[in-house]
Design a protein around this ligand. Structure first.
Ligand code: NAD
Length: 437
């Protein structure tokens, strides 16, 4: 099929590449001309495992093209996917101006029957608004609007798109459904067909539930610390229950990234707006904030004063296997340490370039290796659980540090191994078994 994707960021570019990989003819559109220029030169603007090779392979095969011209995108596609940002506003509600703008831009270019698919994460009833907007600017246009929320995870986006857990199609016309089924025919995955409103709601409800699971285990981790239990064992015991499952029960310094905080705030705002407040989710947010507060307090309790202390931070991406630093808790943590006067030395395997664009970049020392970051440090903080941080030469790290303090914000390391290397180790929800001296 001929598919166009408006918005070629993490979701749009990866989706476009995967659609091309299964044989569709894909045109990726973006109004960021510099991004399109890079893509046309074969440069991939984001890091995502397997993405670069897949893009280059499909460009070479003539199945994947790029343009900054939305009209060309609309004219050449049978199905037009919208994958533009839906950022939060100050009150948590979603800024839908990008979606509204694309709807206005699409309208005059519709020259035959088109299926306009919203892949961005949007509040329930946005599909109705998109249809209304297109009709306002092109009263005779022949089109249907579909909601097809995206569930990919950054860091494994290609795999998630090629083998999704499920494909949700929110649709109110048979003609549009037939086209969507053809789009997804090459993928082996259960397809759930719903009305548009339900599909939109599924995405916010799913992400909020995942955030809730993280906050749940984080709240339990505080109880573990106070009682002497080990949150890893507790999570294992809870997770062995098939009704609960082990995933998303990893205690740490909290969830971040461009989706969970924004989608949770959005769902709270949507519920408030509909007159059915969802207070449970407000507590999920509070637990997440408190988790970082507790972690910073633990560092302060050990170092007493952070002013002029050198602290190594391993990991700045919001999670491993991505270069994305948007709303990363690691960035929040570095900001807190800087605010208290600490000198912060940062390493990340993939996110250094993105981190160099952060407002705080000028106040951070960027290091080429984790060992270099740890050199001379009075404390080492693990903020992102990159697996390679578990493989470093800890004897060398111990020797290079001024003081052997490790704060493992992601429970990446084994406490006993760290103790054997001579570290005072503190994880999340497992401190009492290994008290700091
Ligand atoms: P992104 O910022 O990486 O990409 C969005 C792209 O849209 C940018 O390249 C931007 O230049 C482009 N754009 C903006 N306005 C445009 C316009 N009028 N015409 C053409 N291009 C335009 O964002 P993203 O992370 O890909 O997220 C997109 C949507 O998908 C959001 O609603 C997000 O919540 C949702 N989502 C994201 C993820 C994720 O893991 N990143 C997962 C699922 C869903």
């Amino acid at each position: 099929m001929k598919l166009s994707i408006i918005g070629s960021g993490y979701v749009g570019l990866t989706t476009g590449a995967c659609f091309a990989e299964v044989g569709h003819e894909v045109l990726c559109v973006d109004n960021d001309e510099a991004k399109i220029a890079r893509l046309l030169k074969g440069e991939i603007p984001i890091y995502e495992p397997g993405l670069s090779e897949m893009v280059l392979r499909n460009v070479a095969a003539g199945r994947l093209r790029f343009t900054s011209d939305t009209h060309e995108g609309v004219r050449s596609g049978d199905v037009i996917f919208i994958a533009v940002p839906t950022p939060p506003q100050a009150d948590g509600s979603v800024d839908l101006s990008f979606i509204e703008k694309v709807a206005r831009e699409i309208a005059p270019a519709i020259d035959s029957y088109k299926v306009v698919v919203d892949k961005s994460t949007v509040p329930v009833k946005t599909g109705e608004k998109v249809a209304e907007t297109i009709r306002r600017y092109a009263p005779d246009a022949d089109f249907d609007v579909v909601s097809n929320p995206e569930f990919l995870r950054e860091g494994s986006a290609v795999a998630d798109l090629m083998q999704p857990d499920r494909i949700v199609i929110g649709v109110n016309s048979d003609r549009a459904l037939a086209r969507m089924q053809k789009v997804y025919e090459p993928f082996v995955a259960p397809v759930l067909v719903t009305d548009i409103n339900s599909a939109e709601l599924i995405k916010h409800a799913a992400n909020s539930f995942l955030a809730l699971k993280i906050s749940y285990i984080n709240a339990v981790s505080a109880i573990c610390e106070a009682s002497g239990a080990d949150v890893l064992k507790v999570a294992e015991g809870i997770g062995m229950d098939k009704r609960i499952g082990r995933s998303f029960l990893n205690a740490g310094i909290g969830y971040g990234g461009s989706c969970f905080p924004k989608d949770l705030a959005a769902f709270i705002a949507i519920a408030d707006d509909l007159g059915v407040p969802f207070d449970l989710l407000k507590e999920v947010q509070h637990i997440n904030t408190r988790q970082l507060d507790r972690f910073v307090k633990a560092i302060r309790d050990s170092l007493w004063v952070l002013q002029e202390k050198t602290i190594a931070v391993w990991g700045i991406a919001f999670k491993p296997h991505t270069d994305d630093v948007r709303c990363s808790v690691a960035v929040d943590l570095v900001e807190r340490l800087l605010a208290e006067g600490a000198r912060v030395r940062v390493h990340d395997p993939k996110a250094m370039d993105k981190a160099r664009q952060l407002p705080i970049a000028g106040r951070i020392e960027f290091c080429e290796s984790p060992e270099e970051a740890a050199t001379g440090a009075e404390a080492l903080v693990i903020a992102t659980e990159w697996p390679e941080y578990g493989q470093v030469d800890f004897a060398a790290v111990r020797a290079a540090m001024q003081a052997p303090l490790v704060f493992d914000g992601r429970n990446l390391l084994d406490p006993l191994t760290m103790k054997r290397f001579g570290f005072n180790y503190r994880g999340i929800g497992r401190a009492p078994a290994l008290p700091l001296s």
